[in-house]
Design a binder for this molecule. Sequence first.
Ligand code: 5GP
Length: 187
Amino acid sequence: MSKGNLFVISGASGVGKSTVLSKVMAARPDLQFSVSATTRSPRPGEVHGVNYYFVTHEAFEQMIAEDAFVEYDRHMANYYGTPTRQLEEKLVSGSVILDIEPVGAGNVRAKRPDATLIFIAPPSMEELERRLRGRGDTPEDQIQLRLDRAKWEMDQTGWYDHIVINDQVESCADRILSIIAQKCDAE
Ligand code: 5GP
């Protein structure tokens, strides 16, 4: 029997989701982060089993064949998926947060109608473009790809319960924390 609540957070590349999410996780140590499996390569500093389970294409496809994912999707030429067993184990001890893109969020919504889905949106597309360029580490063709993907993601928000605008990191994190508190602390 699961005891915890399930929260899903999505947001386009460059929107500041990781920074917001780390503030939320720091403020709510009771929340557990669901570690996804992915076929993409680790970035500097990422740790297997902490940020992701980094697996081969073959291993990922084997897991699909074994129906081992609550949801999965191909994103930017790589697979990403939420392993069912780990998620269920975590939900037994408390609430869990998933950081997944909108296709996966829609699939979670279908399987877990009780989940709370939160979409982090930029104040505007112009601001998102400014943030992406400001990072200084993204080539022009990648910026265009990410902006196109962000526009598409903004149109996929129909199944989210909350759209929170990241105009300022602290207030965005605070709004997400109050959504979480409403659900977790009311019980
Ligand atoms: P990144 O490669 O930057 O870590 O993540 C790329 C995108 O994949 C992000 O939008 C992230 O939310 C999404 N993602 C991470 N894990 C999963 C997952 O398990 N399932 C799905 N559907 N998306 C995921």
